[in-house]
Ligand binder design. Structure first.
Ligand code: ATP
Length: 233
């Protein structure tokens, strides 16, 4: 589905990604874990096309997309739910969802919205309310639902559990896990390594702009180095 080869990226003259190799196969949940500042968000921005790549290659569904602009990546089925949710706080829940479907004008949009409401009943309850009035967890659900309205083949999720109370964190991870049944491939970036590795098929560990470990999530979660550095065990 998604292959990243020797990816480099910089802010001005400061390089922050130093040759990332990564693969996401169709139907997988893959997580990238790592400390604050490791470069996880920059990686996702390179994949969605909102951060320039210095060198390297990104392939998506059999095509090279390294130079394809962000909105065209969305058209090809690569969507991002960004860090900090970035919902439109002064628009209603329903309007936010409709904006997620801006690429489409067909009858399926209403059906997709009903689908989103089945997945997130609280959004149905609050469909006419301003999105800014939702709780943090509800806003995160809206951000994911809005991204799904774009009918992505692959969803890039940046720190969906950030800033949420433990109960809501568990709920968000359940939602992410359920995307598998909907044929949505997921690349999940998280600082909550334990929660992310528990639902992922495979994982990558990033440190200062490089991948330092990768493998099946079950192996990473059992690895003493990961347990000490990221799981506090
Ligand atoms: P976080 O969990 O805090 O988002 P991260 O692993 O996602 O961390 P990035 O946000 O990708 O890390 O940051 C990687 C490096 O790039 C950090 O050193 C950060 O300070 C730097 N950086 C990020 N955004 C910018 C920017 N807009 N301009 C300059 N440097 C930046």
């Amino acid at each position: 589905m998604l292959t990243v080869e020797k990816l480099h990226s910089a802010y001005g003259r400061i390089e922050v990604l130093h040759g990332i190799d990564l693969q996401v196969k169709s139907g997988e949940i893959v997580t990238v874990v790592g400390a604050n500042g490791a470069g996880k968000t920059t990686l996702l921005k390179c994949l969605s096309g909102t951060q320039p790549v210095t060198s390297g290659q990104i392939d998506f569904r059999g095509e090279v997309i390294t130079a394809v602009p962000a909105f065209k990546r969305l058209e090809r089925g690569l969507a991002q739910s960004p860090e900090g949710r970035q919902i439109f706080t002064n628009l209603s829940v329903e309007e936010n969802l409709r904006l997620g479907a801006f690429l489409f004008s067909d009858d399926r949009v209403d059906a997709d919205m009903q689908d989103a409401f089945t997945m997130f009943p609280i959004l149905k309850e609050k469909r006419n309310l301003m999105a800014g009035g939702l709780s943090g967890g509800q806003q995160q659900m809206l951000a994911i639902a809005r991204a799904l309205m774009g009918r992505p083949h692959c969803l890039l999720l940046d720190e969906p559990s950030m800033g949420l109370a433990p109960l809501l964190v568990a709920q968000i991870f359940e939602v992410v896990e359920s995307l598998k049944a909907r044929d949505v491939t997921v690349l999940l970036v998280e600082q909550n390594a334990f929660g992310a590795l528990k639902i992922a098929d495979r994982g990558y560990v990033m440190e200062t702009g490089q991948v330092t470990m990768s493998g099946p999530a079950s192996e990473l979660i059992a690895d003493p180095r990961i347990r000490e550095a990221y799981l506090g065990i």
